[in-house]
Design a protein around this ligand. Structure first.
Ligand SMILES: Nc1ncnc2c1ncn2[C@@H]1O[C@H](COP(=O)(O)OP(=O)(O)O)[C@@H](O)[C@H]1O
Ligand SMILES: [Mg+2]
Length: 751
């Protein structure tokens, strides 16, 4: 969109000026207005970069978002000056109702762009219109931004804002769907009947394209159907993806029939993927869930309609439920139930989002060649383990801790030694002063959802107890204390009431735990020396143990979920019409990953996240440009791009072999005696001069560096980079876990 805006502004400026009259609606850059009126740009016009919203949590409702609406004042009224005279009519602007003269090059500079007219010629959406007969709110703002006559930044933002006012949270821009978080329940747009509408349309379009003979005809038919009444929706994206996969599979099936198996195995590209991207709190995870729900629903519908559901359910599994009532669940339900489990253990309340995923997730949904959902596999990335130890004010630790403290049945509490405690009693949960959720979600209820999800997933009751026991052991561990014996010697405080629960739940002896936390051993030659540790180090060791244990538990849960829901890939059978219709033929992958982050202090995690987003951005650029190019070729338009956002250089700065920041870090971590300081010096030496790298005097002094990302500059602090990249558990801790008498703990130690 940006590139279209620029190229549009530059190339057609001359034309516009000729065509304009006094009624020409325009958008003017606030910075240009400020400059003309005050002689300088006011800082209020500065826009925040994604992720930095934490700092400007103030009233952003009527923000000066960079553009103001107005009209062009007719040439003759200006008395022959070379300036462009505009009249601002925009309540959100500080220049409202003012006539301003702007430099003549304002068009070519892109400071003035032409506004769109909507509907019957007026950009009229004022409240007065509500009473007007036949007025449909928001109707004049198109479903697809591409249909706007003038497509540029203010047009896009204005259109989206207006649509948002009318609860039209979805807007297309070509093949991409823009979703705005409504922050309220919009039950009507996510109902079963809504899903059915999109499903029916998808079915019809498949029938059409199957019956259309030539591919040209197919295309226009598809186009026609896509244009049909249904507004843009995440269901539409999910449906299109599914149909695309199916049509490719069918194509290959027909090739098998006509040309034998060889032809079809050569065919690739059945698999589809949907990328959900946005900053924290934008609605990625919710959107991902809607996609999963739709695909699960679609699969069930199509299997019902094909009447293949014989004998207790196509994919029916009998599971034992709480109170040993048995119930049949199908794979679709199981796949959906992975969410409550992952959310309890991997989501937390943050300043921006009360249910913020603190890990990235790629879920691959598996289908047979007839479109039945047969499984899914989940991969997770980068669980934020520091959250276990420290939480910013206004944030919480992982939901599970509050959920079980709130929601566990009375008679269970004693088993985990938590009957006397609340979240206010544990160091892990009481430091940020935040205990609740603002989004109206009740911890007791989510705890019940978790138990139900674990049942559905087929977690045995014993296994569930093990999981809860470890979680409670982690809570108790955060309260362990140490006595200082001398400046470099300490011992675990045996009077601490939390010690016994830790030992009991983890299957440790007090001696083993004490040895693991208060001592360390070094091997010199063939001899092993054991040294004592000061209290402070023992406390650090406890933190490392907590992170390792919880991290392993999370990994275990993901593996365990996959064991329940993933249909094992038999490569040789891929695409075959094999046994019982349960062969995986293709997948739809959905990526829900941290958006771009930029905080006051940015560390290794932010670099990894932003690196990932750079890579996705590049993928996105290529995809959009490729699509655009195809479109132009199809329409026989001569084209050349003036510029496009290229970010390969940022990727090089971060990951290039030999000179990339992450490579330098890896090299440093392999070398002995490395510290964050040696790492910082190494990058200053190797990266300075790179156009995307910044290390000024102040930054070098503070061992920081800046990276000019596609979404803005982020300043990273090298403190902790080396330790975080190594992510090593001291071998004492590993030995401790392995020494456990608890089989489940041993299992975690081996993860
Ligand atoms: N489509 C939607 N409808 C209603 N509420 C939504 C929607 N999308 C997001 N939300 C609200 O916003 C919150 C944050 O969304 P989430 O998907 O967790 O953000 P992200 O994963 O991008 O950080 C959700 O907990 C929910 O309250
Ligand atoms: Mg999320």
């Amino acid at each position: 969109v940006q590139l279209t805006a620029q190229s549009f502004a530059a190339s057609s400026a001359a034309f516009e000026r000729r065509e304009m009259s006094e009624s020409t609606r325009i958008w003017v850059k606030t910075s240009a207005l400020d400059k003309a009126v005050y002689g300088k740009v006011r800082s209020i016009a500065q826009r925040s970069i994604p992720g930095s919203a934490i700092d400007d949590a103030g009233d952003n409702d009527t923000v000066n978002w960079g553009w103001a609406r107005g009209n062009l004042v007719k040439d003759d009224d200006k008395g022959g000056s070379a300036n462009v005279r505009v009249f601002i009519q925009d309540e959100d602007s500080a220049h409202d109702r003012k006539t301003v003269d702007l430099p003549a090059d304002s068009f070519t500079e892109g400071n003035i762009v032409v506004g769109n007219t909507y509907g019957d010629g007026e950009d009229s959406d004022d409240e007065d219109d509500y009473g007007r007969p036949g007025f449909t709110p928001g109707l004049q703002y198109p479903d697809d931004l591409i249909t706007l006559t003038h497509l540029h930044e203010p047009a896009v933002v204005h259109c989206l804002r207006r649509r948002y006012q009318y609860d039209k949270i979805y807007t297309s821009t070509g093949p991409i769907l823009l979703a705005l978080n409504p922050f309220k329940h919009c039950s009507s747009i996510y109902s079963e009947s809504m899903m059915k509408k999109y499903w029916d349309r998808g079915e019809k379009s498949m029938l059409h394209s199957a019956s259309a003979s030539s591919s040209e005809e197919k295309k226009s038919d598809e186009h026609m159907l896509e244009e049909a009444e249904l507004p843009p929706h995440v269901y539409s994206i999910a449906d299109n993806t599914f149909r695309l996969m199916i049509s490719k599979l069918e194509e290959s099936n027909s090739m098998v029939r006509s040309a034998g198996r060889g032809a079809a195995t050569a065919m690739q590209g059945f698999d589809q993927s949907i990328l959900v991207s946005g900053e924290s709190g934008a609605g990625k995870t919710v959107t991902t869930k809607f996609i999963m729900q739709y695909l699960a629903n679609l699969s069930q519908r199509s299997s019902d309609s094909k009447k293949r559901n014989v004998g207790g359910g196509r994919n029916g599994k009998t599971i034992e439920r709480r109170g040993s009532i048995t119930k049949t669940v199908n794979i679709e339900q199981q796949v959906l139930k992975s969410n409550p489990i992952l959310e309890s253990f991997g989501n937390a309340r943050t300043i921006r989002n009360d249910n913020s995923s603190r890990f990235g997730k790629f879920i691959e949904i598996q289908f047979t060649n007839t479109g039945s959902l047969v499984g899914a596999s989940i991969e997770t990335y980068l669980l934020e383990k520091v959250r276990l130890i420290t939480q910013t004010e206004g944030e919480r630790n992982y939901h599970i801790f509050y959920e079980l403290l709130q929601g566990m049945e009375e008679d269970q509490l004693d088993n985990y030694f938590i009957s006397d405690y609340t979240a206010e009693d544990f160091n892990m949960t009481n430091k940020s002063g935040t205990y609740d959720r603002r989004d109206g979600v009740d911890d007791c209820e989510t705890y019940q959802d978790l138990l139900e999800a674990m049942d559905t997933m087929g977690f045995a009751p014993e296994e569930q107890k093990d999981i809860l026991a470890i979680t409670c052991a982690v809570l108790h561990s955060s309260n362990l204390t140490f006595n200082s014996l001398s400046a470099d010697e300490s011992e675990i405080d045996r009077e601490n009431p939390h010690l016994e629960p830790v030992l009991s739940l983890m299957g440790f002896t007090a001696e083993n735990l004490n040895r693991a936390l208060c001592y360390f051993s070094i091997v010199a030659g063939k001899e092993k020396h054991t040294r004592s540790l000061p209290k402070q180090k023992a406390e650090k060791g406890t933190e490392a143990l907590i992170k390792a244990t919880y991290g392993a538990l999370f990994t275990y849960l993901v593996q365990r979920i996959n064991a329940s829901i993933t249909l094992k890939d038999e490569k040789s059978q891929r695409g075959s019409r094999g046994s019982s219709g349960k062969t995986k033929a293709a997948t739809i992958g959905v990526l829900d990953i941290f958006g771009f982050e930029s905080f006051k202090v940015n560390s290794f995690e932010q670099l990894c996240i932003n690196y990932c987003n750079e890579a996705l951005q590049q993928q996105f650029n290529l995809f959009v440009l490729k699509k655009e190019q195809e479109e132009y070729e199809r329409e026989g338009i001569q084209w050349s791009f003036i510029s496009f956002p290229e970010n390969q250089d940022v990727l090089d700065l971060i990951d290039k072999k030999g000179s990339g920041i992450l490579n330098i870090l890896d090299d440093q971590c392999r070398a002995p005696g490395t510290t964050d300081k040696t790492f910082a010096n190494d990058i200053y030496q190797k990266c300075t001069g790179h156009t995307r790298f910044e290390a000024n005097f102040r930054q070098v002094g503070a061992r920081q560096f800046g990276v000019h990302h596609y979404a803005g500059t982020v300043e990273y602090d090298t403190e902790g980079f080396v330790e975080k990249n190594r992510d090593e558990l001291p071998k004492e801790a590993t030995e401790l876990l392995l020494s456990s008498t608890n089989e489940f703990v041993k299992k975690l130690a081996n993860i």
